[in-house]
Ligand binder design. Structure first.
Ligand SMILES: C[S@@+](CC[C@H](N)C(=O)[O-])C[C@H]1O[C@@H](n2cnc3c(N)ncnc32)[C@H](O)[C@@H]1O
Length: 406
């Protein structure tokens, strides 16, 4: 199902070419979905016998009240199975936007937007990155053990894991790792993380004993990197406006063994005026803001279909609100980090520049992430951006700002 959702606009385009009526949307939902799943298997999956893929879809239709459509489903899918895959998926006669949109199954508005910032070759690479499978990484829970001990435990469980070149606290779990089958994982030795989130935690640079607040924390990816960096000493406030999402942090907090004296879970709307006792209280403040997620479009199958260009403007205005309130929480000399998993300037540079124009006490600063590789990822304004086509990482924006001392 996930693969079909991901590729749905390509599949629908192809099906419309093969349907006599040329109108997939007029078919009953169950028939449409049976055609889509069948076409997905024929066009994008290797190792499935075409006749099995066709028969499975036909059987689904035969079982329901629209069994009269089963002959049509059989005919359409058999035609697709007989045709040359590469000619079905050749969109070269179309406009550049339509071609890239259908080749990679991305919405046209997003492809058009990316083409304003990147060349067609780069947009091609970006979309490819999002459609590829990526490895799985974990951040060592240094409160429990160091990475050498964790790697030894994983090796004893027969997982093929290794340390990474970029981050000394991160383990490359490989593609076959199953967290629910690993004792080291279940006993809280690590949490699953993506590499840009590690960069965000490094930008915050939390140390044992610090007072840290993570204003948009759920599901906790960065909270737990910071908690590990703090080795359970000091205090970390993990806040989110969504109670259900705070529960996701709670589950992992128990597994990782953090007490609620150290890690405080708080429902809080970060666009609103902060609590009096929080003002000027924190050494480090993180705003990992709600955003369009255009930098992580590969993570969830339906992510690319759930956003519109209008959302970017709406989310950018929420981001600037949150950042302005967050600034009040930073103690003099403390740091404020703003990050988004977006590749759009409106949800990165534009927000920070607007913030800096209104908050003269803050200035942008570089930060060091482990081995220095990431020093090359900063742009001339001092902001860090990762891009799929350049760094083979999801697209993130990070700005670290320091508040002037007293
Ligand atoms: C990008 S996600 C955060 C990801 C998280 N930092 C992590 O690393 O796992 C953004 C979060 O912001 C939360 N959010 C949205 N609006 C908010 C608001 N006004 N105040 C606080 N949190 C908000 C969402 O519920 C969502 O969990």
């Amino acid at each position: 199902v996930a693969g079909t959702t991901r590729r749905i606009n390509t599949i629908d385009y192809v099906l419309n070419q093969f349907l006599k009526s040329g109108n997939l949307s007029k078919l009953p939902a169950v028939v449409r979905d049976a055609l889509r799943v069948g076409a997905y298997q024929l066009l994008f999956l290797d190792g499935i016998e075409p006749s099995c893929a066709v028969d499975a879809s036909v059987e689904i239709v035969k079982k329901g009240k629209y069994k009269g459509f089963s002959g049509m489903v059989n005919g359409v899918l058999r035609k697709i199975a007989r045709a040359e895959k590469c000619s079905i998926l050749d969109f070269s006669g179309l406009s550049q936007i339509a071609m890239l949109s259908l080749k990679h199954s991305f919405p046209e508005w997003l492809v058009a937007k990316w083409l304003q910032s990147f060349s067609a070759d780069r947009v091609n690479l970006i979309c490819e990155h999002f459609n590829n499978k990526h490895g799985l990484f974990a951040y060592c829970n240094k409160t429990k053990q160091n990475i050498v001990i964790l790697l030894t435990a994983l090796e004893a469980e027969d997982w093929n894991c290794r340390s990474t070149n970029s981050f000394s606290d991160v383990i490359d779990l490989g593609k076959n790792f199953k967290p629910e089958k690993s004792t080291a994982f279940l006993q809280g030795g690590m949490h699953i993380v993506d590499l840009p989130s590690v960069l965000v935690a490094k930008a915050v640079g939390a140390n044992p004993g610090d007072k840290v607040i993570d204003l948009c924390a759920a599901p906790g990816g960065k909270t737990f990197c910071m908690a590990a960096d703090m080795e359970g000493k000091g205090s970390i406030y993990a806040c989110d406006v969504d109670n259900g999402r705070l529960d996701l942090i709670r589950d992992n907090m128990v597994r990782l063994g953090y007490s609620d004296q150290f890690l405080h879970l708080i429902k809080n709307d970060a666009t609103e005026k902060p609590r009096e006792d929080w003002i000027g209280y924190f050494d480090r403040v993180l705003v990992d803001a709600p955003c369009s997620g255009t930098g992580v479009m590969g993570r969830k199958a339906d992510a690319r279909w759930r956003k519109s260009s209008h959302d970017i403007a709406v989310l950018a205005s929420i981001q600037i609100k949150i950042l302005s309130q967050a600034a009040m929480l930073v103690k003099p000399g403390g740091t404020l980090v703003y990050s988004t998993c977006s590749m759009e300037q409106e949800e990165g540079e534009d927000v920070v520049n607007q913030f800096l124009a209104q908050n003269s006490k803050f200035s942008v600063e570089h930060f060091c992430a482990d081995d220095g590789v990431f020093a090359t990822y900063f742009n001339e304004d001092g902001f860090l951006r990762t891009f799929p086509h350049i760094h083979d990482l999801d697209g993130f924006f990070i700005a670290r700002m320091r508040c002037a001392g007293e």
